[in-house]
Design a protein. Structure first.
Length: 90
């Protein structure tokens, strides 16, 4: 579309501004959507991991640790793997 007059240019600018407004709203919606899956290393995760690590260092078994912290056994093993990885880095 070739713009030939000033009025056409103004009209096209308004159309583009409206389109931009809609795209921004759509983008904001996408940014604010809740992503599924495990949120590793957020505050809740770190608190749960720290509780696990304290008991793990005291020699509590994985099963007992999972029950004490109200987490699944699979999560306890994930925490253990993370704990071991941190220990190996030091």
């Amino acid at each position: 579309m070739k713009i030939k007059t000033y009025d056409e240019a103004i009209l096209r600018i308004k159309e583009l501004e409206e389109e931009n407004k809609q795209l921004r709203a759509e983008n904001e919606e996408l940014k604010n959507r809740k992503m599924s899956g495990r949120k590793k290393h957020n505050d809740k995760w770190m608190a749960s991991y720290n509780d696990f690590a304290i008991l793990h260092e005291k020699g509590v078994t994985i099963i007992e640790n999972a029950k004490a912290n109200n987490i699944s056994v699979r999560t306890a093993y994930r925490y253990k793997a993370y704990y071991d990885a941190l220990k190996n880095k030091s």
